[in-house]
Design a binder for this molecule. Structure first.
Ligand code: CUA
Length: 375
């Protein structure tokens, strides 16, 4: 009797192209996605080196084990008139070998992992470390520049080649702080402040994402890390430290400012330095600004995302014009993310904290004109 060794060949002929095609399709999903295998700083580099190291060890194990398996299948297959082979069940020597050999491989991986873990935060940097308090909210990120004295959201700027110490805090649920090209994941836990230390060695923008399920809009909790030259970073810091202009240019923007502090109801949740905040950390009148639930908007006009990355923010697609009734309106509301947000924030991001009264198109245009002026 012949063993049907090649009976499955036809099936593989179909299965293999299907697998290859589907992997091509899935690979397309990764376009523009940040990869841990494209490290832009020393922490990510050490982590990706560990990945490659483990991959090499795993590949050696795979090739040797599968090679022996295939060799045995072919070499010792049943032939006509073959006799019963020697049975080795319960062979102590063999069992000791296949216990010790995998243990050695696992130990090698363990040593590599521990070596990487303890070496992650030791890298050389220039200048003094940048300390940023990173607060995970439901669902957006707040960045509090402790020594520079300003607060921003959805966008973290850092100078290239500088050690960053991110103090991770949450007052709600567990989030996780992750910039794949810069460092691995660290949980942001209420009542237990964690720290993430990293550095970026390449100027650029790095997409980041909350990576711990934190409620309905967990997937919509991303941000950007903008890595700049020291000079560009210093200029950005100086601009962020300025208070907002007390009288924005233009009738529409002025009306928007009036709405912000008045019937729009915005200032109950959002802060603008020079308007309802005396500085980034204090409401006008002296109390703590951290009771505000929404992002600080002092320099909203210079950011590029709205509401944890749900919508892009580009003033060029939100042009305020004067309508036939003499009132301001948005030229093309369909392409203006901020218009959609102010029209119905709950439709854009269900469950978020922004519960506002319905705003008219004129009011929305006025608010957008004002927010655009906050560069
Ligand atoms: Cu925050 Cu997921």
């Amino acid at each position: 009797m012949r063993m049907p060794l090649f009976r499955g060949m036809k099936r593989w002929g179909v299965l293999l192209p299907v697998l290859l095609l589907s992997s091509l399709l899935l690979a397309a999903c990764g376009e523009n996605s940040p990869s841990i295998l494209n490290p832009a700083g020393p922490v990510a580099l050490k982590e990706s080196n560990l990945f490659w190291f483990i991959l090499v060890v795993a590949t050696i194990v795979f090739v040797v084990v599968e090679g022996l398996l295939l060799y045995s299948i072919v070499r010792f297959r049943e032939r006509p008139n073959s006799t019963q082979p020697t049975q080795i069940h319960g062979n102590t020597t063999v069992e000791i070998i296949w216990t010790i050999v995998p243990s050695i491989f696992l130990f090698v991986v363990l040593v590599g992992t521990i070596y990487t873990m303890f070496g992650l935060t030791s890298f050389s940097s220039t200048g003094r470390p940048l300390q940023v308090r990173v607060v995970g909210h439901q669902w957006w990120w707040e960045f509090d520049y402790l020594n520079e004295n300003f607060v921003t959201a959805d966008e973290m700027h850092i100078p290239v080649g500088t050690r960053v110490e991110a103090q991770l805090q949450s007052n709600n649920v567990i989030h996780s702080f992750w910039v794949p090209e810069l460092f691995g994941k660290t949980d942001v836990i209420p009542g237990h402040n964690n720290m993430s230390v990293f550095q970026a060695d390449r100027i650029g923008e790095y997409r980041a994402q909350c990576t711990e399920f934190c409620g309905l809009q967990h997937a919509h909790m991303n941000f950007y890390v903008v890595v700049q030259s020291q000079d560009d970073y210093n200029a950005w810091v100086t601009s962020q430290q300025q208070a907002a202009a007390s009288n924005p240019a233009g009738q529409a923007a002025l009306a928007g400012r009036t709405l912000f502090v008045g019937s729009g109801g915005c200032q109950g949740c959002h802060g603008i330095v020079g308007v309802n905040l005396q500085d980034y950390h204090h409401l006008k009148g002296g109390s703590d600004a951290s009771i505000l639930v929404g992002p600080n908007l002092t320099h909203f006009g210079s950011r590029r995302q709205i509401a944890g990355g749900v919508l892009p923010w580009d003033p060029a697609s939100c042009v305020v014009v004067t309508g036939s009734d003499g009132q301001p309106k948005i030229e093309n509301p369909g392409s203006c993310g901020l218009y959609q947000w102010l029209k119905d924030p709950q439709a854009v991001k269900p469950g978020n904290d922004m519960n506002i009264r319905p705003l008219s198109d004129t009011e929305i245009a006025q608010l957008i004109a004002y927010l655009e002026s906050l560069t």
